[in-house]
Write a protein that binds this ligand. Structure first.
Ligand code: GDP
Length: 424
């Protein structure tokens, strides 16, 4: 069976934990989009890990982890993560890399930095991992695929073509040193030896695996609101974060995806700019940030303090809808245990009219939250594994949200560890 694990909102919902947990029984875990620009934090028997480019199935010795075609593949970063895993006792993680995945080039990172500097106070708050320049090149057809590393003449030709365009921008727009195609070739050709043992035709591999009925997980990065088509454009990422795209980015038939687990956190947090309707500030935000610990405090990639807010049913329902959710995994309810009362955003007021539909960005900027206030449960809920044993007010919180979303919450996560989970 093929299952996608994707985010409902801005990312940082706890997809890493859910993927790691489901990966215990998975034959294959696939990353299908994004790059090293967002992180997963995973706590399991081996310790605590922050992964960015690696699929979260690397901790299971029987799971094959695939870098899908849709990924922005940063080879040096990938090798760094591989050493980090091996140094921490993860022996020989099983990895396959799509021969059609495209390479994140050193100049993509440079361009990301130059462009943010040029935009100055209008910048996107990019992680400067080269993601936007990478996908721009891919769709402008000046990208370089993994397979080109094994065809030197074509590789050189493609680097020269890319440099011709880039050098004009470097000289006249950014006023930076120009690129030397030969130097880039010499650097990039070293990638070949690093990754050669892992490169395969993943489409054929997956076709066979699906026919054999293997358990396959598609691991999304960020969330629905960061999708460039359906999210809070332009404060989005540059590749699709939706389960619908997972089929494309992995290279499997769309109809093969049977389950979509959409991960939603029991409160909101976001890194980077953009409208955030249920955002809270000051001491109230700081308390939630600190209580959230790893789940709240800092972005896994940038270390930036996250923006905090109450749970947003409007945004999350929309996110679940766009993901084609079959199951909601509702995470981090333990973080809310300190609150006497918990606010939940159930509508947006825009120009005096209340709506439950997630609006386009210019209207989103104007939206004011409409809250309902629920009673807090005021006790520790970690360690509970049966939904009926949760305090009644915690159960109410979950069922209230479920009703607002209109999608079944079948997994409740009440702590960062793999075992801290309630199935409904
Ligand atoms: P992702 O971007 O969706 O993969 O988010 P992460 O995997 O980075 O998760 C954010 C943080 O939440 C990590 O530090 C996790 O360890 C933590 N986390 C996940 N689930 C829970 C939970 O149920 N409770 C608490 N307290 N933390 C959680």
């Amino acid at each position: 069976m093929v299952k996608a694990i994707v985010g409902a909102c801005w990312g940082d919902e706890g997809k890493g934990k859910i993927t790691d947990m489901l990966a215990e029984k998975a034959d294959i875990v696939i990353r299908f989009q994004g790059g090293s620009n967002a992180g997963h934090t995973i706590i399991n028997d081996y310790g605590k890990f922050a992964l960015h480019q690696m699929p979260s199935g690397v901790f299971n010795p029987n799971t094959v982890n695939i870098i899908g075609t849709g990924v922005a593949f940063n080879v040096p970063y990938f090798m760094k993560e591989m050493s980090y895993l091996v140094d921490n006792g993860i022996k020989n993680p099983k990895i396959l890399i799509s021969d059609r995945a495209q390479l994140l080039m050193p100049y993509h990172i440079a361009f990301d930095t130059y462009e943010e500097a040029r935009l100055s106070d209008k910048q996107f708050g990019s992680t400067k991992s080269g993601i936007a320049p990478f996908y721009s090149d891919k769709y402008a057809k000046v990208g370089i695929q993994v397979c080109h590393l094994f065809h030197e003449a074509e590789l050189m030709e493609r680097i020269e073509a890319a440099c011709t365009i880039k050098n004009v921008l470097l000289e006249h727009l950014y006023h930076q040193p120009t690129l030397d195609p030969k130097a880039i070739f010499d650097e990039v050709i070293q990638y070949r030896d690093m990754i050669a043992p892992y490169v395969v035709n993943t489409a054929e591999y997956l076709d066979k695996a699906i026919k054999e009925g293997k358990e396959i997980l598609l691991e999304g990065q960020l969330g629905a609101l960061k999708d460039p088509d359906h999210g809070i454009f332009p404060m989005t990422t540059s590749s699709s974060t939706l389960a619908g795209f997972a089929a494309v980015g992995a290279g499997i038939p769309a109809r093969s995806i049977e389950k979509v687990y959409t991960v939603a956190k029991a409160y909101s947090s976001a890194v980077g700019g953009g409208a955030f309707v249920s955002e809270i500030f000051g001491d109230e935000a700081q308390e939630l940030r600190v209580r959230g610990g790893d789940a709240g405090e800092f972005g896994a990639t940038t270390g930036r303090p996250r923006r905090m807010g109450w749970f947003d049913c409007v945004a999350t329902r929309y996110g679940c809808m766009m993901q084609g959710t079959t199951d909601v995994a509702f995470t981090a309810i333990d973080v809310l245990s300190y609150l006497d009362e918990i606010k939940v955003c159930v509508g947006y007021e825009i120009d005096g009219v209340v709506t439950k539909e997630f609006p386009v960005t210019p209207l989103l900027e104007k939206a004011k939250p409409v809250y309902e206030t629920l009673e807090g449960w005021k006790c520790d809920v970690r360690g509970i594994t049966d939904f009926n044993e949760l305090p009644e007010k915690a159960q109410n919180y979950v069922t209230f949200v479920e009703k607002e979303l209109g999608y079944p919450i079948t997994i409740v996560s009440n702590g960062p560890k793999r075992s801290e989970i309630i199935y409904r």
